[in-house]
Design a protein around this ligand. Structure first.
Ligand code: SF4
Ligand code: SF4
Ligand code: SF4
Length: 323
């Protein structure tokens, strides 16, 4: 599939449809696949990568890229197309400056799950018939593919591309996922148990801002957490109040716009399951306002940006039994 992507990208560069390609290349380590822009066929041949380890959603990069001269090719997995659509809807990405090729999604591999098996000195990872063959400086290791599936792919909500100009591979369907299972477990805890769960998780936060920086819903020109007058800009949390505050404020800011792309949890160096906080908001919005999937289209009014006389009020929330 990688070869097909390179071939098509080269054709679109050659016929002038696009003048750049948004894809991925290897980072410091061979398994560290990172977003990159390519301008020539030679660069694509030398560095373009899209393999089982390629997880990053490139949608957020297209905010800046779509404001440059010429058109850029973006290769988007099904989950990425939801973020892309949401950013088009919010007038952040200029749609006509991006040529979208929908590419197959995962399940992708999470290198951290391989490292957690005490496999170190990793040189390369190959999927051979759903067995991972891992070359390390100490020799070859193997492990089942399914044991290393990325957290964001474990509860995949859709194999359908909600936007594309053309596809490489087949389009899929919206899936019946069990993505709210863990949220329900948290809801069934006592308030104290739930508080303890989140304190345990959020106390690990080193306030690196990676979750905010990667989030396609966090695209404010001036983020409240960068405001030097706020007293909370770019600093480690001083206490548990500040630790909670950062995450609760961010969750409220992205409520109704979070597409559940899973990038925040993926990049967190402390493995904090941030997506559970956002999923709780998604679940509540579904329950209070009717099923809604951010990014599924570019025209619908989002529940929290809309008003109807039937809108939920505290009394209705109470009636519907949502805590
Ligand atoms: S990525 Fe993780 S450690 Fe960094 S600010 Fe977000 S929650 Fe905290
Ligand atoms: S909050 Fe997390 S899951 Fe939601 S859009 Fe941002 S990165 Fe994606
Ligand atoms: S945390 Fe809030 S203010 Fe900052 S980028 Fe995200 S949505 Fe914008």
């Amino acid at each position: 599939m990688q070869e097909a992507m390179i071939k098509r990208a080269k054709e679109l560069l050659a016929d002038g449809t696009v003048n750049r390609v948004m894809g991925w290349k290897r980072g410091e380590f061979s398994y560290d696949i990172t977003p990159a822009v390519f301008e020539t066929a030679e660069e694509l041949d030398a560095e373009f990568v899209c393999d089982d380890l390629t997880q990053a959603n490139v949608s957020k990069y297209l905010i800046k890229e779509s404001r440059k001269e010429g058109k850029i090719l973006a290769l988007l997995k099904p989950c990425d197309t939801y973020s892309f659509n949401q950013l088009v809807k919010e007038h952040r990405i200029i749609r006509e400056n991006v040529y979208v090729i929908g590419i197959p999604g995962g399940p992708k591999i999470d290198i951290e799950k391989i490292k957690a098996k005490e496999i170190s000195g990793i040189l390369s990872v190959k999927n051979e018939d759903y067995t991972l063959k891992i070359e390390t400086i100490y020799g070859t290791e193997t492990m089942p593919y399914y044991e290393a599936i990325s957290g964001k792919c474990e509860n995949c909500k859709s194999k359908k591309h909600v936007v594309f100009d053309e596809l490489i591979g087949e389009d899929g369907d919206v899936l019946e996922s069990n993505r709210f299972e863990m949220v329900e477990k948290l809801e069934n805890m006592t308030a104290q148990e739930r508080y303890d769960f989140w304190r345990d998780q959020l106390s690990k936060c080193i306030r690196c801002n990676a979750c905010r920086n990667v989030c396609p819903a966090c695209t404010c020109e001036n983020c409240v957490f960068d405001n030097p007058k706020s007293g909370i800009d770019n600093k480690a949390a001083a206490d548990s109040f500040e630790e909670n505050m950062f995450h609760i404020i961010r969750a409220f800011h992205v409520a109704g716009r979070c597409t559940d792309c899973g990038e925040c949890s993926r990049v967190c160096p402390q493995n904090i399951p941030l997506h559970l906080l956002n999923r709780k908001f998604i679940k509540d919005i579904n329950s209070l306002y009717g099923e809604y999937q951010a990014g599924a289209d570019t025209t619908s009014r989002a529940p929290l940006n809309d008003y109807s006389t039937d809108d939920c009020e505290p009394s209705i929330v109470h009636e519907r039994g949502v805590e």
